[in-house]
Design a protein around this ligand. Structure first.
Ligand code: CA
Length: 220
């Protein structure tokens, strides 16, 4: 899961970033509205956490322009206490949910889980391929009807390779999806995750396309 956090308050942003990284989310963090809009329009995120009071471009404007472009990425807005009008304007502009500052980070995590579940149920169905069954709603994975325990990164990597199978995923794309811009990835981390996935499923599940990336064959 790759999330975009847009928050200009550095202390709050760092707190959110750390909490969400611990949950296994990949989080990219931007601190102004115009770079956020640019990122949302040019890259793929599973969800955005959007503060409304932002420099350069107001959060509400970011949201309006994002929805105007046709994007339906789930957006959770952060608003100041008592700003009822902001909240209403945010929901009218297409926010999926809101949190009032200050909030408890455990509430943020619960809201994110609910939003991600909802969007998974809306957009994605059970992925079944080569004996693997992956449920994007619950993040449960089984292989030949036996449950398989995956780390958050392994899950995400498998999810990306299987949606849909038959596409070569470049190394760069996978590293970006798994680590975003903020997290430093060791140079061989991706290979280690691939190795673990092959061990947990089958050695020929993921093909290495030398010098390019990885492929799960379409045939099962
Ligand atoms: Ca702010």
């Amino acid at each position: 899961m790759r999330l975009l956090l847009i928050e200009d308050d550095v202390a709050l942003g760092e707190g959110i970033l750390q909490a969400l990284n611990r949950e296994g989310y990949t989080v990219d963090w931007l601190k102004d509205g115009s770079s956020a809009l640019h990122a949302l329009l040019s890259e793929t995120f599973d969800l955005a956490i959007l503060d409304l009071g932002l420099p350069k471009l107001d959060g509400l404007e970011v949201l309006r322009m994002l929805r105007h472009s046709g994007s339906n990425v789930p957006v959770l807005i952060l608003t100041a206490r008592d700003a009822t009008e902001d909240r209403i304007a945010g929901l009218d502009a297409g926010a999926d949910d809101y949190l009032i500052k200050p909030f408890d980070v455990s509430e943020l995590k619960a809201r994110l889980r609910a939003l991600l579940r909802r969007s998974a149920g809306r957009a994605k169905v059970l992925i079944e391929h080569a004996g693997i069954s992956l449920n994007p709603g619950t993040q449960q994975v089984s292989y030949n009807n036996e449950s398989v325990a995956l780390t958050p990164k392994e899950y995400q990597l498998l999810y990306e390779l299987l949606s849909p199978p038959g596409r070569v995923m470049t190394r760069e794309r996978l590293v970006q999806l798994l680590y975003g811009w903020n997290e430093e990835a060791e140079s061989n981390t991706l290979e280690v995750h691939i190795h673990h996935l092959r061990k947990k499923f089958s050695s020929d599940l993921i093909r290495t396309i030398r010098g390019v990336g990885y492929l799960v064959e379409e045939r099962s």
